[in-house]
Each structure stands twice: as structure tokens, then as C-alpha cells.
Design a protein around this ligand. Structure first.
Ligand SMILES: *Cc1c(COP(=O)(O)O)cnc(C)c1O
Length: 465
């Protein structure tokens, strides 16, 4: 399988190159040259364990890693790393909750980043070389990335967070990792400052090349690929358990990376009837699927901060298919968008895409959903998952069983749970509680490009000495 750019400016590359490239060199996103049709395999796949299914699904997209090595990578990523299971589905009243939060940082991003860490190390070990990852985080991605690459020999990670402006739990999930290859940089500035610095440092191509700088952001194809697996796994197990021909997934959405994986699973032939796209007040994507208009608004802070996004980086992949796989049309649309304009895809007979339905949840609705699900079923939702449950309930009227993705463990967001239920201590997890007593390490730096660049150069010189 070869990968090409949505913008058409890159010679097709093999999977391993696509992984190491991350963002395509022409500024586009890498996509597989075709989507494998796996309709005929679904019955056989129903009998597989999560790990075996992951290997089978990934094999269809990867032909430059031998089968036994790929199986070992999958095994290493998931066996023993997710104590409650990688992606178990639990019934909660009429809903099926797909719990994706059993990994090291208790958020769904672990499913992809555990695999990506192993994949990077495997490719670097064979091809030689090293990778220095620079990331900026307002919370979840940074810690999941750190836990994906901690302790690796050929990888160093530098994660910038705005000092004092991420939640204490999220900060501790990052700064309690003491491995020598992990560098937490607390910048004296805002999240926007960290992003500005990331762009400046990563945009300096000479510096980037000299120091083998890479990224782990959600545009990496391997992250989407790892996420396709749980949509297939859950749709097969819920259709088997209920006898229904297909399921409806509800997905709390920010950067469109997670729900895009669901769309690929659907196109591959998994028994999926519909994808419900759920956003908080930052509803650019929900508006698109209702009207066909994609235009940016202002970012608002909410109870579900990992979805406080206006420009969804993975949306470009979907838009490419929606525009008839026409790289030129896509390029024009993205240029227009970058210039401050909107993108318009006219709905056909009233709907933009029958695969999707979309909606948004307000802050009040999010809290009300947490309270009600707790009262009725003694199950605690985190605020991101609550957005998905709320929107799924608002958009009823289909007979397919509803599978709601639980993207974070509620113990990561105790304040929201307290506000919703009026009770303390409901959202508890041993691993979060234990963070209190662990040693931390981070470096406080001024929020300037030079300070970050100097830090990286000095740290790498030390490694090489
Ligand atoms: C990142 C994240 C999301 C949004 O996922 P996207 O792939 O960006 O759409 C939702 N919930 C939680 C808890 C997250 O960390």
C-alpha cells in the first residue's frame, strides 16, 4: 500500500515513510491510495481477540513490515498495557459505552500513541537514526505522547505546556515521568505561546533537519489506523450481542481524528449504520454536517477542553474524499480557508453526507447528562463522553444500537463530576490518586523561541557527549 498527499504534491511513499513524515511535505495529509474492502472478512474477524484483529486490520494498510514483526509490535503495544482491556464495551441502560480509557494516561489517545511509540522505535532501529519529538499541549495529548515514548533509546520528547495553566492532574501525568528521554518544559506564557513557539521551531527546516525533529500530532496516519481497529471490534461485538445488522457510533469530536477512523471502518465494510459527530460549544464541525458550510469561529473554553478546537486538523482527509478525491479542488479549498474564507460543500437532497449526523451539547446539557446517567445507572461519564451521550440522545430516531465512545476516565475531570453530581470522590482512579505522592521534574523557561531552541540544543549535546 502506498500513501499520497491530499494536496497531490508528494510522490507516493510506503507506510514507513508516511509514518516518519507525519504531515506531508507539501502541507497536506497522507492517505492510503485506496481503502481496502474487508466486507468478506467481517464474519471471520468477529472471532478474533482485540490484538489479533488489530494485526489483521493493520496488515491491509502495511506491506513494508513483515507480518510477524507487525504482530509483535501490536502485542507489545496492547498486551498488559491496558489493564481493563483495550476497548471493552459495557452496557449502560440502553447505551453501549465503548471504554477507551484503560491505557497509561486514562484517555483514548493512548490506544494510538502506545502503538506509534513502538512503531517509531522499530523503524528507527532498522533504518538507523533518531527522532526528537517537539510537542505543545494544553493537556491530554502531551501526556499520552510522553507515555508512548518514555524510556526509548532512539527517541527524545520535549513537551511544552503553559506553566500553571493546565489542570493539576494533567500536569502531574506529564511531570511525574522521570525517564531521561522525557523533557517537560513549563513555559511562562499561554497555550497560544507554546503553539507559536512550536510553529517557529518546527518551521525552521534547517534546525529541524539538523536535530531530527518530528511531531506526534493527530495527523499521523498511524494514529488513525490504530483507531480504525476499535470501531471494527466494537461494531462486530455489539451486532453479535444484539442481533442488529449495524450500530450507530457517537463520537466526542475535536480534531476529527477519532471519528475519521470510524468513517474508514465504515468504508471498509464494518457493520456501522451511522456516525454521530458530537461537539461542545465549539461546533464548527457540527455546523458543517448540518449546512455544508465550514467556517471558523472563536474558540471557547468548556468543561470538555480536549474538544475546544476550531480548526480540525484531520478534517482535510475527509474533505478530500468529499470533493471527489480531487487534490486540486482540495488545495483550492484549503487555500481559500487559510486566507480567512469558508469552505462550502452543497448538501445533496438536504444532507451533507448520510453517513453522519451531528449536534452540539451546551455546558448545562453536559452536566445534566453526567448527573442523570449517574442517577439512573450508577455509571460516571467524563465531560467529553457526556457530550457524546447527550448528542446521541438528542438525535434519536434510528433503530440501530448506540455505541458511545468514552474518551477519558472521569477521574481526570473530578471538578466537572463534582459540579454535576454535587458529590466529591465519585470520580476516582488509583493511578490518578497515586500521582499526588510522586516526584516531579520540569524546567521552567521563558516563553520565547530562543529559550526553547537553546534548551533542545543543550539537551541533545548532553546526550551525544
Ligand atoms: C483528543 C480528545 C477528544 C477529541 O478527539 P479528536 O480525535 O481530536 O476528535 C475527545 N475526548 C478526549 C478526552 C480527548 O482527549
Amino acid at each position: 500500500m502506498r500513501y499520497h498527499s491530499t494536496r497531490g504534491g508528494v510522490e507516493p511513499v510506503a507506510f514507513r515513510q508516511a509514518v516518519m513524515m507525519g504531515l506531508a511535505d507539501d502541507g497536506g495529509l497522507l492517505i492510503p491510495e485506496r481503502i481496502p474492502d474487508a466486507r468478506d472478512r467481517m464474519d471471520a474477524w468477529r472471532k478474533l481477540s482485540y490484538i489479533d484483529l488489530a494485526t489483521e486490520v493493520m496488515r491491509l494498510y502495511i506491506d513494508d513490515i513483515p507480518d510477524d514483526e507487525l504482530a509483535a509490535l501490536v502485542e507489545q503495544s496492547y498486551r498488559g498495557r491496558f489493564p481493563g482491556g483495550v476497548a471493552p464495551t459495557v452496557p449502560v441502560g440502553p447505551l453501549h459505552i465503548l471504554e477507551l480509557f484503560h491505557g497509561p494516561t486514562l484517555a483514548f489517545k493512548d490506544v494510538a500513541l502506545q502503538f506509534l511509540g513502538n512503531l517509531f522505535e522499530h523503524i528507527l532501529a532498522e533504518d538507523g537514526g533518531e527522532l526528537n519529538i517537539l510537542a505543545a499541549t494544553s493537556g491530554d495529548t502531551g501526556s499520552a505522547a510522553i507515555h508512548g515514548v518514555r524510556g526509548r533509546e532512539r527517541i527524545r520528547i520535549f513537551v511544552m505546556h503553559p506553566h500553571g495553566r493546565v489542570s493539576p492532574i494533567q500536569e502531574r501525568q506529564m511531570t511525574t515521568v522521570l525517564d531521561a528521554n522525557v523533557h517537560n518544559l513549563a513555559l511562562e506564557g499561554s497555550f497560544d505561546d507554546t503553539q507559536r513557539i512550536l510553529k517557529a521551531v518546527a518551521g525552521d527546516l534547517a534546525f529541524k533537519r539538523r536535530h531530527s525533529l518530528g511531531a506526534v500530532n493527530s495527523v499521523n496516519w498511524a494514529r488513525v489506523l490504530a483507531q480504525i481497529v476499535y470501531y471494527i471490534h466494537a461494531s462486530l461485538s455489539v451486532t453479535a450481542a444484539t442481533g442488529a445488522p449495524g450500530v450507530r457510533f457517537s463520537v466526542p469530536t475535536g480534531n476529527f481524528g477519532d471519528i475519521l477512523a470510524g468513517w474508514y471502518a465504515m468504508r471498509m465494510g464494518a457493520p456501522i449504520r451511522r456516525l454521530v459527530l458530537a461537539t461542545n460549544r465549539n461546533d464548527i464541525l457540527a455546523r458543517f454536517f448540518k449546512t455544508g458550510e465550514y467556517s471558523v469561529g472563536e474558540v471557547h473554553g468548556t468543561l470538555s477542553p480536549s474538544m475546544d478546537i476550531q480548526v480540525a486538523s484531520n478534517f482535510e482527509r475527509y474533505l478530500y474524499y468529499r470533493l471527489g478525491e480531487d487534490a486540486e479542488a482540495l488545495r483550492d479549498a484549503m487555500d481559500h480557508f487559510a486566507g480567512g474564507g469558508g469552505i462550502s460543500v452543497p448538501p445533496e437532497s438536504g444532507v451533507v453526507d448520510t453517513a453522519f449526523r451531528a449536534g452540539a451539547a451546551t455546558e448545562e446539557e453536559t452536566l445534566e447528562t453526567i448527573a442523570r446517567i449517574h442517577r439512573d445507572y450508577a455509571y460516571i461519564l467524563d465531560p467529553h463522553t457526556a457530550v457524546g451521550v447527550c448528542v446521541a440522545e438528542k438525535l434519536q430516531g434510528e433503530s440501530a444500537p448506540t455505541v458511545c465512545l468514552a474518551t477519558a476516565h472521569p477521574a481526570k475531570f473530578p471538578d466537572a463530576v463534582r459540579r454535576a453530581t454535587g458529590r466529591d470522590g465519585l470520580a476516582w482512579h488509583k493511578r490518578i490518586a497515586e500521582l499526588e505522592n510522586l516526584e516531579t521534574r520540569s524546567t521552567l523557561l521563558p516563553a520565547t523561541v530562543d529559550a526553547v531552541r537553546d534548551y533542545i540544543v543543550a539537551a541533545l549535546a548532553e546526550v551525544r557527549a
